[in-house]
Design a protein around this ligand. Structure first.
Ligand SMILES: Cc1cc2nc3c(=O)[nH]c(=O)nc-3n(C[C@H](O)[C@H](O)[C@H](O)COP(=O)(O)OP(=O)(O)OC[C@H]3O[C@@H](n4cnc5c(N)ncnc54)[C@H](O)[C@@H]3O)c2cc1C
Length: 163
């Protein structure tokens, strides 16, 4: 359902009170398609957790908030796993679920605010991990928790030769 003149105060972590001409939340691809069919060429803003947005004025267009939830193991071998996540899942909860299952590789990315869907768009990272190490993800899915990379050997500067 599309709401008119919606206050976005509760949808950005700064709590800034600006209004969207039109606003809709969706929790399935079908709902998203139905909303997009009513876009009528207006500007579009996709909202995740609203933690990396500074809204400075009313938005003259359609704001859509992704609430698609999913956590599904698609493929698991002895040394890799592919997990499919809904873009509307909270990123930190997603990391915790992976850790709970014993999957290594994205634990460094815990506690980063926001949604799974925004993570590949924003290429979130926390040394030494980057979300883009996972499969390049479409907005509705998240990537593959990867194994931690071994630290790169430190380059030694040659010691000055003695006279
Ligand atoms: C306190 C704090 C600590 C942080 N620490 C880190 C850190 O350590 N490392 C790091 O990398 N980042 C960090 N960030 C940045 C932030 O967590 C990321 O940018 C995060 O990905 C934002 O997610 P969000 O869902 O809140 O995105 P939003 O703020 O809702 O949106 C951000 C952008 O992504 C787009 N977007 C959102 N969801 C989708 C989607 N499903 N499909 C397509 N586009 C989408 C939006 O249109 C917008 O352009 C930090 C932020 C805060 C506030």
């Amino acid at each position: 359902m599309i709401e008119l003149n919606k206050n976005l105060k509760d949808f950005n972590t700064f709590g800034i009170s600006v209004y969207a001409d039109r606003f809709a939340q969706f929790s399935s691809i079908e709902e998203l398609q139905s909303i997009l069919n009513q876009r009528n060429g207006s500007d579009l803003l996709i909202l995740g957790g609203g933690s990396n947005l500074l809204l400075t004025k009313d938005f003259k267009g359609l704001v859509i908030k992704n609430d698609i939830k999913k956590f599904e193991i698609k493929e698991e071998t002895t040394d890799s796993v592919i997990v499919e996540s809904g873009a509307g899942e909270n990123w930190h909860s997603f990391v915790l679920k992976c850790i709970k299952k014993g999957y290594g590789g994205i634990e460094n990315l815990s506690l980063i605010p926001g949604s799974v869907g925004a993570s590949p768009m924003q290429n979130i990272g926390a040394s030494p991990a980057r979300s883009s190490w996972g499969r390049a993800a479409a907005p509705a899915t998240a990537g593959r928790p990867t194994r931690p990379r071994p630290p790169r050997p430190r380059r030694r500067t040659p010691s000055p030769s003695r006279p």
